[in-house]
Design a protein around this ligand. Structure first.
Ligand code: SF4
Ligand code: SF4
Length: 697
């Protein structure tokens, strides 16, 4: 025993001595992490000048290089660390530059080969782009190649890649473009034009995205005549189609197929869907950077919660919506199971490449507004919260008549008259506070319709307490009585907050924190998402190219954001125009909208994190889509339906993935993403093993 202990002590001492003698230091240079290790010497062991051998480890490629440095007595350990890293970092850079020259030469040859042989093979271009990612000529040829050969998805993907590279270099490698003598705006504009052409060829369901792509093309370069022509043609054909559809519907209604109200509603929807003139479209889209000043002030007029369509929901959106404090208070909702059950009609379904996609569609709702919206009322100038609104039995507003274009496209005189009228009305309202009509009661779930062809249910019963759900009627009767009593006693009653169109202003029951990412991002979007929401997955090669530290984009370098102005949104009103005033004077909506750098708006609404979430889900969709599982299940309808239903339960009921002992998934959105990723992978593997591998056998 004794001898073993003695040996251990000796080993420990040896280890300690060794550790004491080794010096380590870490630095980040050019986005790379270096770790330096060398043997430390005591000062008394020093001669005047000492050669010192240093190991420099680089995390980027896990390589270790040796450097021999000369060090004098007054140069400390930090000098050794800095100097060694400086030498290695510069050698690496030099090596990188030499390799880059060789790669570019090879890329040029491949490109020339493609051009000279008029090759139909995209491999030459792809290899060229891999060797010289910044080369926009090669990338332009790739997009045209795919468009010409009908490979539309590849074309769209490479247009996006082209824009990304152009933006990146616009800020970081300007020299490359000088060398190429290329105008970045023209290249980006053409990329969007080609993307628009590809989207048009995909078919009618992509026309709206094609309009967006052409608009971005013109926003980048207004003199792009080809983009202008393509946009005009598409605009005319979409409008003709819209008019024809409306006429058919009207004819149908005259045959007694639709009632008068329905006909009116459809006409209005058809009119609202008409694509405006090019100049109008351009004036409604601005392409800016994060440092651009952004003049926007949401007034809670509620028009976006009525007119929005296709509000895409990710698993984390639904998970967060289910954690809204007011929904817990009112309906005891705290999991996606509860939310899905209570607000069933708010969820609309579609399929993309055979995979289920979930949306909110306020414009489709029977009441003409989102299921999560609530009418705004105030009592003596104090705004009622969602909970108070429910308690007062005021959730259901009067019949809403959609705002028509002529109501927001006012002439200058009309605007002035409207402003005068608004001021008059405001005075009247102040004088008549305390007198209002009785409202009907209802719950959020009473609203909406369910027009979509796909409808997915949960496959298990909700195991939580249902007792408090949807029982507003009894309470509302009491509330009604209380309100009547108040009226008798001359107490103030809630007064509707009206927007500038004289419609009821709306709030969101989910609040800023819990509303879907798409709502929080309104009215801005990242340029490439605006052009086409899908296709975000990087290929293996793209990942490698982007991992190249010398090319890595720093923060949001070169990124562009699109501001999309909708006519009815009060947030963009000119200064001093009458707007919704939901608050008392302390918080009153200013007559002149606040101006702030766009980046502040992005930070305030936590949009970088929200966009990261959406990208994560897009990538997951793309991965499942490219796994080929849906194609493999195409011949077995039952198996396909079974797969889709299970996927719906994983993606749009994420709390079901929680441990049985916990109520729903706890943690951050990343916890949810991890759980959804793992469950999706397991499901795909299960179905692959059962159906794909079986087929191969
Ligand atoms: S902000 Fe809220 S109420 Fe408005 S559309 Fe989005 S979820 Fe619905
Ligand atoms: S001001 Fe604009 S963003 Fe705000 S509620 Fe109205 S339409 Fe929506």
């Amino acid at each position: 025993m004794t001898s073993i202990a003695a040996n251990n002590d000796k080993n420990n001492n040896n280890g300690k001595t060794r550790l004491q003698k080794t010096k380590r230091g870490m630095r980040r240079v050019d986005g790379q992490t270096f770790i330096v290790t060398f043997q430390k010497k005591k000062l008394e062991e020093f001669t005047t000048e000492e050669a010192i051998e240093v190991d420099v480890y680089c995390q980027t490629d896990s390589s270790t290089s040796k450097v021999v440095l000369s060090r004098t007595k007054d140069q400390d350990d930090n000098y050794v660390i800095d100097e060694a890293i400086k030498i290695i970092a510069s050698k690496r850079k030099e090596k990188y530059e030499n390799e880059k020259i060789k790669k570019r030469e090879k890329a040029k040859n491949l490109f020339m080969e493609y051009l000279s042989t008029n090759s139909k093979d995209d491999k030459l271009l792809l290899e060229g782009a891999k060797l010289w990612p910044e080369n926009l000529h090669i990338r332009v040829s790739l997009t045209s190649h795919y468009l010409k050969n009908g490979k539309l998805e590849m074309c769209i993907r490479h247009c996006k890649r082209l824009v990304t590279e152009a933006r990146r270099n616009n800020n970081t490698s300007a020299a490359v473009f000088e060398e190429l003598g290329t105008d970045i705006s023209a290249i980006v504009s053409n990329a969007y034009k080609i993307m628009g052409d590809a989207l048009v060829q995909v078919g009618e369901k992509k026309y709206k995205h094609a309009i967006n792509a052409y608009v971005l093309s013109l926003r980048e370069n207004e003199s792009n005549a080809k983009a202008r022509k393509a946009l005009e043609q598409l605009r005319i054909s979409m409008n003709e189609k819209s008019e024809k559809d409306a006429e058919e519907k009207v004819e149908g209604s005259q045959d007694g197929l639709l009632d008068e109200e329905e006909e009116k509603k459809r006409k209005i929807i058809a009119a609202a869907n008409v694509v405006g003139e090019i100049e109008d479209l351009l004036s409604h889209h601005q392409m800016v950077s994060r440092d651009t000043n952004f003049k926007f002030q949401c007034t809670m007029c509620g028009e976006c919660c009525r007119q929005a369509d296709n509000i895409f929901l990710s698993p984390t959106d639904i998970w967060r919506m289910a954690r809204t404090p007011s929904l817990w208070k009112q309906f005891h909702i705290r999991t996606s199971m509860k939310l899905r059950k209570k607000f069933k009609k708010s969820f609309h379904w579609t399929v993309k490449n055979g995979l289920p996609i979930c949306y909110l569609r306020p414009i489709k709702s029977e009441t003409g507004r989102c299921h999560y919206s609530y009418p705004l009322y105030h009592v003596n100038g104090t705004l009622l919260s969602y909970d108070e609104t429910v308690k007062e039995g005021l959730l259901e507003e009067e019949v809403y008549t959609p705002v028509k274009p002529e109501e927001y496209n006012l002439t200058e005189e009309e605007e002035l008259a409207a402003m005068a009228k608004f001021q008059e009305d405001e005075l009247d309202e102040i004088n008549t506070i305390g007198v209002t009509e009785e409202k009907n009661e209802g719950s959020a779930d009473d609203a909406g319709d369910d027009e979509d062809s796909e409808d997915y249910d949960d496959d298990t019963d909700d195991d939580e307490d249902d007792n408090n759900e949807g029982k507003s009627t009894g309470t509302d009767k009491v509330v009604n009585k209380k309100r009547k009593d108040k009226k008798k006693k001359g107490k103030s009653l809630p007064v509707s907050v009206l927007n500038s169109y004289n419609r009821q202003a709306l709030g969101c029951a989910l609040g800023e924190k819990n509303m879907p990412n798409m709502c929080a991002g309104y009215p801005i979007a990242k340029e490439l998402s605006w052009a086409d929401f899908w296709h975000v997955r990087e290929t293996k090669e793209e990942k490698e190219q982007n991992a190249d530290v010398y090319r890595t984009k720093r923060d949001h370098d070169g990124e562009k954001i699109v501001i999309v102005k909708t006519d009815a949104c009060e947030g963009f009103y000119p200064d001093n125009m009458p707007r919704t005033q939901p608050f008392t004077n302390v918080n009153a909506v200013p007559a002149v909208a606040r101006e702030q750098p766009l980046d502040d708006f992005i930070k305030h609404n936590d949009l970088d994190r929200r966009w990261e979430e959406t990208d994560w889900f897009m990538k997951l969709i793309d991965e499942v889509s490219s796994s080929g599982i849906i194609d493999a299940l195409n011949d077995d309808k039952e198996a396909k339906r079974n797969f889709q239903t299970k996927l719906v339960n994983i993606w749009f009921n994420p709390d079901k993935l929680a441990n049985e002992k916990t109520i729903g998934l706890q943690g951050s959105w990343k916890t949810v993403a991890r759980a959804v990723d793992a469950a999706t992978k397991k499901l795909v593997d299960e179905f692959r093993a059962k159906y794909v591998l079986e087929q191969l056998d």
